[in-house]
Each structure stands twice: as C-alpha cells, then as structure tokens.
Design a protein around this ligand. Structure first.
Ligand code: SAM
Length: 293
C-alpha cells in the first residue's frame, strides 16, 4: 500500500540509510520558512504545529523549538561538570548555536566552534535566533568554518572539553563517526580531558551505539551512555549521547560533588535551566541493564 502526503502540508523525515527502515516520522507543516541547498547539504526550516520551528539537514530533523533545550542542556552541562576545572572548550558542528548558548553559561576562558557549513550558522541566526540567543557574540568565542576532522588534527593537547554535535553519519557528518576522528579528539584533549558525542536512539543500541562505544573504549579509559528524551527525533525511545573521559569516570562522580560544581560554576543560571539539574545529571548516567556497555 502506498500512502502519499502532500509536501505542502507534511514534512516526511528521510530514513536514516540502512537503519530506520521500518519507521518514518511525519510532521504537519504549518509554515515554510526556508528551503534551499548549501555547498554541503539540503537545508529546510519550517514551522510545525506543536513542535514549533524546526531545522532539517539532508531531510533529517536537527531540532525542534519545543524540545531543543533538553538536547542542548544535556550535551553540555554533564560534560563540563564532569571536568574539575574546564577552561578551553570546543564544539565540532553545532551550527545552530544551541551548544554554544549552554557552554557560554560556564566560566570558560576560550570557546571554539568549528562547523563545516557557514550557511547553517547564517540561516540559524536569521530564522532561529532563539537557539543561539546572542551566544555567537560571546567575546570568548573563536568561530571557524572548516571540516571538523581536519581542524581537530591541528590542535593536540589543547582542549579540556569537546562536544561533537554533528549531523548523522551520512553526508559531511560521516567522517565524525570514524575511529581516526575519535583518535584526533582524544589527542586534542589535555590529560584530564572529557568529550561527548551525539549518537542516536537506543533503538539502535546493538546496531550503532555499541559499535561506536567500542571504538571510543579503544582510546578513552571511561565511556558512559547518557540518556535523554527527544520527542522530535525519530527515536521511538530515549536518545543516547556517549560521554568519554581520560582519567575520571563521569558515572562515578557523586551527586554531592555534581551539585557543588554546578552551583559554584552556574550560580543563579542553574535554577533557570529547564531540564538539567544535578539530580537529572546523575540519573541520566544510570542505564537499564539492556543498555549497559
Ligand atoms: N542536534 C543535531 C542533531 O543531532 O540532529 C546536530 C545539530 S548541528 C545543526 C549539526 C552540524 O554539524 C551542522 O551545522 C553541520 O553543518 C555540522 N557538520 C556536519 N559535518 C561536519 C563536519 N565534518 N565538520 C564540522 N561540522 C560538521
């Protein structure tokens, strides 16, 4: 049976090649905002009832206005709080500016962002300013447009914390899921460095998450899944980031210490967060038996 959706009324998410064969998400399309192509990918910004404004790259949803805060708070704060005293921070990808917005709340000295696609940054600032909320103007920021896999090789023993906020392993993001890239991330970190990688739904635990965790474990002493809900993603279940550390196990930091660091560094900004709290941080590192590495 073939079911057709009018593209003027519905956005049908692209299937992730080879993985989500059995399921597609379809969003009501209330308003077209931008539809075009950059040198690297198809870019589509639209408004959907309920989810609000949404960004898709190569047909895959990157975030929605209604739940991006969960993703961005959880990809940044557990990572930075897991480090004793982070000063130099890098985000690879993250063109919408959401990672930057959360990282800029911390007392870091230098923030670096490297995205391959200047168009994503330009269009996000123009049409989706609620994501970056002025953080592209942060005086500590060094913004570069380059392939993350090349940039990271040039900076050894330099960063305290790295976020890999890439697209999925198709198109320009593919290289950011390979062992060589993970090796460069490891080498770009200082001796007690930490990194977090956006991965995918736990639905793909055996197919994707376990394999990538295996690659990271060849390099990092500690690798932990971090779980969060992402209603706008084609997940059907909780979403997974992988948190990797060189010297201290993030899953072993007790809640008292998480709270102490979070209060000291974020001050009144902590209670203004919508999803992250020290309790959620701690709980998000506790895995059901089936998703333990
Ligand atoms: N939260 C999103 C998700 O998981 O769906 C990711 C958001 S962010 C918009 C992804 C960014 O990664 C895009 O801006 C894209 O241009 C960037 N990107 C993809 N491949 C890259 C590469 N090789 N180097 C640097 N940035 C890359």
């Amino acid at each position: 049976m073939k079911i057709c959706f009018d593209p003027k009324e519905w956005f049908v998410e692209a299937a992730f090649p080879g993985i989500r064969r059995c399921k597609r998400d379809i969003f009501g399309l209330k308003k077209e905002i931008f539809k075009g192509k950059s040198k690297f990918q198809d870019i589509h910004i639209f408004e959907s009832p309920g989810f609000g404004k949404m960004l898709s790259l190569d047909g895959i949803i990157q975030f929605s206005q209604s739940d991006e805060f969960i993703y961005h708070e959880m990809i940044v704060h557990p990572l930075l709080i897991s480090h004793k005293n982070p000063k130099r921070f890098l985000v690879v990808g993250g063109g919408d500016g959401g990672v930057l917005r959360e990282a800029s709340k911390h007392p870091l000295d230098e923030l670096y962002m490297v995205d391959i696609d200047q168009e994503v940054v330009k269009l996000s600032r123009k049409y989706l300013p609620f994501v970056s909320r002025g953080s592209f103007k942060d005086k500590r920021l060094n913004l570069l447009f380059a392939d993350g896999k090349n940039f990271i090789k040039e900076n050894k023993d330099f960063f305290d914390a790295i976020v890999v906020d890439s697209t999925d392993p198709v198109g320009p993001g593919k290289a950011l899921f390979e062992l060589n890239f993970y090796k460069s991330v490891y080498e770009a970190l200082r001796k007690d460095g930490v990194a977090v990688f956006q991965l995918g739904p736990f639905l793909d635990f055996d197919l994707i998450i376990k394999g990538i965790a295996g690659k990271l474990k060849k390099l990092f002493e500690f690798v932990s899944p971090l779980r969060l809900p992402m209603p706008s993603y084609s997940s059907g279940c909780e979403y997974c980031f992988l948190l990797a550390a060189k010297t201290t196990d993030p899953a072993e930091i007790n809640i008292k210490e998480i709270t102490r660091r979070a209060r000291q560094r974020l001050d009144e900004k902590l209670s203004a967060l919508k999803y992250y709290s020290p309790e959620i941080h701690h709980a998000s590192l506790i895995m059901p038996r089936i998703w333990q590495l």
